[in-house]
Design a protein. Structure first.
Length: 559
């Protein structure tokens, strides 16, 4: 993406102010280097989109660089499937990492050498306590921890044990390497945190070269330093980890001294952001995969019909701050509407059809009406929409016993068929269950839209329609919010909060013939209904499947 100009510069925030001040003071010799460091253990969600836009956006706007780096320090949970999906998500959002991709695994040797250095300077040791014992020795928020009995091992003994750990002589959990900081620190992260653990599991990049792996906090600081990152931007839960980050930078002979800054992570109503819980949804078949259109994952939002422009607009609107807050999901949906209103082509679909017969229209007659491809973009032209005696209209556009304020089709009432004629309802018939199965009407030939005579017909109702003979049946999927509760993340068990009506497939929906070859991933506004996207997974040639991206208006607040 090109560098932002003054006319479309993003709103400022405290991190941008820090970067700007650093550049003015020449703090980093005029350099700006950020990084986006996801762990490849799942698919990215919209919370990651905020971090992507922030890190890549700062680098772009201040003439710097943003490193795409994978935090691949836990081989038991990582997979190349996730790596590929992460790269695709960043690229889809409109950002580029240049020619180089970075990996924490590239720095395992650095991490090892720095741990040796710390041991040589009596700042780290090999601990042989079990995980449960380490936890017990650590203390509580109100009580200090107590030193491990192995804390005072000699430098030589620590170095020998560490070398043997690397050689694979010990089973998982037999030893860990811990920093020697302060067991009485009020910050639990400084109570001799683990730097390395034994894990006999092949790594997806390094294979069996390593059986010890650095812990995230340690590898994160080392990676930033080796890559000469100037601004290491994390979410707020890492604020208490910053003293450890700084300790590693200050006590290891690293080539650069980056600084860490924290911002509030994204919290959305009716949405869960925990990768662990999202994985449970997938594994328990509560959704249809990571790319289920109801998921907050980027692949799910993309399949549903959300656009990269909408997500970038959302991230800009919500801003960046230090204060945790719960953003209403309607803000995101408004951004989707704003973007799709600009870019989505128009089409006609009747989602719950009932037949309308124009009794005084000639049986075999057919004429062409014209509908705009985009009402705000006249240069995109019009498309033909055939008009015939038998039409489909929306069931909700007719009421046998109209309520007050209902201005669509009613017995004896007049309504305009959009782009065509004014008609008057002359009757209807119902099936044995009382459901209307056919509506009858008469049309007024002189009332056709766009003709001089149409001005004489003043009606309040204006409904859409499709010719029975010139429309096709299509699968249309309507998605609602996955959870009924506005804060499912705060529940002990999210499962009872799932919305059983979060997905429905409309039976018998009709679309205009021109949409039969709509390209997978293309966006359409179905007039008066909402914005839809052609499903990229289940659509086949001549059989498009349409996913509801967002309604034309926020209907949730009215429930």
């Amino acid at each position: 993406m090109s560098k932002t100009t003054s006319s479309n510069a993003p709103a400022t925030n405290f991190i941008r102010n820090i970067v700007s001040d650093d550049l003015k003071a020449n703090t980093n010799q005029g350099r700006v280097a950020t990084r986006f460091p996801p762990e490849p253990n799942g698919y990215l969600h919209i919370g990651h989109a905020k971090s992507i836009c922030l890190n890549f956006g700062i680098a772009r706007d201040f003439g710097g660089e943003c490193h795409m780096r994978f935090d691949d320090t836990n081989p038991t949970k990582e997979d190349t499937e996730y790596v590929d999906s992460i790269l695709d998500a960043v690229k889809w959002l409109g950002f580029s990492w240049g020619e180089t991709i970075y990996y924490a695994s590239d720095y395992f040797e650095h991490c090892y050498d720095y741990a040796v250095y710390l041991m040589q300077h009596n700042l780290a040791y090999v601990d042989s306590l079990s995980a449960d014992e380490i936890r017990a020795y650590r203390g509580t928020l109100t009580e200090p921890g107590k030193p491990s009995p192995y804390r005072d091992r000699s430098v030589d003994e620590n170095l020998v044990l560490f070398s043997r750990m690397r050689a694979g002589e010990f089973p998982d959990g037999a030893h860990v390497v811990r920093a020697k900081i302060n067991m009485a620190s009020p910050n639990m992260n400084l109570r001799d945190p683990a730097l390395f653990r034994i894990r006999h599991h092949p790594h997806w990049r390094t294979g069996d070269s390593w059986c010890i792996y650095p812990m995230y906090d340690y590898a994160h600081a080392v990676s930033d330093a080796v890559e000469h990152i100037t601004h290491s931007i994390c979410t707020l839960e890492f604020e208490d980890h910053r003293p450890l980050y700084d300790w590693v930078i200050e006590n290891c002979p690293v080539p650069y001294r980056p600084r860490q800054y924290e911002f509030a992570r994204l919290n959305l109503t009716f949405t869960m952001m925990s990768k662990r819980k999202l994985l449970e949804l997938v594994q328990e078949n509560l959704v249809e995969g990571w790319d289920d259109p109801r998921m907050p994952t980027i692949v799910g939002l993309r399949r549903r019909g959300y656009t990269p422009g909408a997500l970038r607009l959302f991230c800009e609107r919500i801003g960046v701050s230090k204060a945790d807050s719960l953003i209403d999901v309607s803000v995101l949906e408004d951004c989707v509407r704003d973007d799709l209103n600009e870019h989505a082509m128009r089409g006609i679909a009747v989602l719950d059809p009932v037949k309308l017969v124009i009794e005084n229209y000639p049986q075999d007659n057919e004429e062409i009406c014209h509908a705009p491809n985009h009402p705000q973009k006249k240069d995109l032209g019009h498309r033909p929409v055939p008009f015939t005696r038998e039409l489909w209209i929306e069931r909700e556009d007719f009421m046998a016993e109209p309520s007050e304020g209902f201005f669509r089709m009613v017995p004896g009432g007049m309504v305009r068929l959009r782009y065509a004629y004014v008609v008057k309802c002359t009757g209807f018939s119902s099936d044995a269950n009382g459901q209307v199965n056919e509506i009858r009407a008469e049309y007024f030939p002189e009332s056709r839209s766009g003709t001089s005579g149409s001005d004489a017909f003043k009606v309040k109702g204006n409904i859409h329609w499709l010719s029975v003979a010139h429309s096709i049946e299509a699968e249309v999927r309507v998605f609602d919010r996955l959870f009924n509760d506005p804060n499912p993340a705060g529940a002990e068990d999210f499962r009872p909060l799932l919305n059983p009506n979060s997905k429905s497939v409309l039976e018998g929906a009709r679309i205009e013939n021109s949409l039969i070859d709509a390209a997978p991933g293309s966006h359409w506004q179905f007039e008066r209904k909402g914005y839809f996207c052609v499903d990229t997974k289940d659509s086949k040639s001549g059989k498009p499947v349409f996913n509801l991206a967002v309604t034309l208006k926020d209907t949730w607040q009215k429930r």
